[in-house]
Design a protein. Structure first.
Length: 172
């Protein structure tokens, strides 16, 4: 029944075997998600499940001690082995500001967008009106990508080309 509805939704643009393959991949991801959630929840707070731009499922977890906040992503394709695929590290500056210290992981997977959206949700839930961050000289080789990313997520981006540095600010 589900298989037939997938065929209709795809408007027959995919062959029956392609839809079957997609369904099997989805079933595998759901199985892996179930197993990974059990393991991740032993160490971290699960704060969500989301989908990347390639429609891969990820588990979003956090470590938050009131001074620092780390948002981590684990995919549902591979088994969780105690390490994340992507993370965003931030610290609480005061009652009004969260400062992004580092973003680690592969680029162009949609992981950064997922993490930044969860960080904005945390800021809103805690009535923190501002998220800040720095663009350092080490980021200069991918500056255009960073400016595009932060602008897409409603951050104001200020760049000083002379010192090869910059600042980002999001205000709720």
């Amino acid at each position: 029944m589900y298989f037939e509805s997938l065929l209709e939704e795809e408007n027959l643009t995919k062959s029956r075997s392609e839809v079957q393959k997609d369904l099997e991949e989805l079933q595998f991801q759901m199985f892996r998600m179930q197993e990974n959630i059990k393991e991740i929840s032993k160490r971290h707070q699960i704060i969500g499940i989301d989908q990347t731009k390639e429609e891969k499922w990820v588990i979003v977890s956090a470590l938050d001690d009131g001074r620092r906040c780390q948002i981590m992503l684990n995919d549902c394709v591979s088994a969780y082995r105690g390490k994340w695929e992507f993370s965003l590290h931030a610290k609480y500056i005061d009652d009004n500001v969260i400062h992004i210290g580092d973003i680690r992981g592969p680029a162009n997977q949609g992981y950064g967008s997922i993490c930044i959206n969860y960080l904005k949700d945390i800021a809103i839930e805690q009535n923190m009106p501002t998220i800040t961050g720095d663009i350092a000289q080490r980021d200069w080789d991918h500056l255009d990508r960073l400016v595009y990313f932060y602008t897409k997520h409603d951050f104001d981006v200020e760049i000083d080309h002379e010192t090869k540095s910059g600042e980002i600010i999001w205000s709720n």
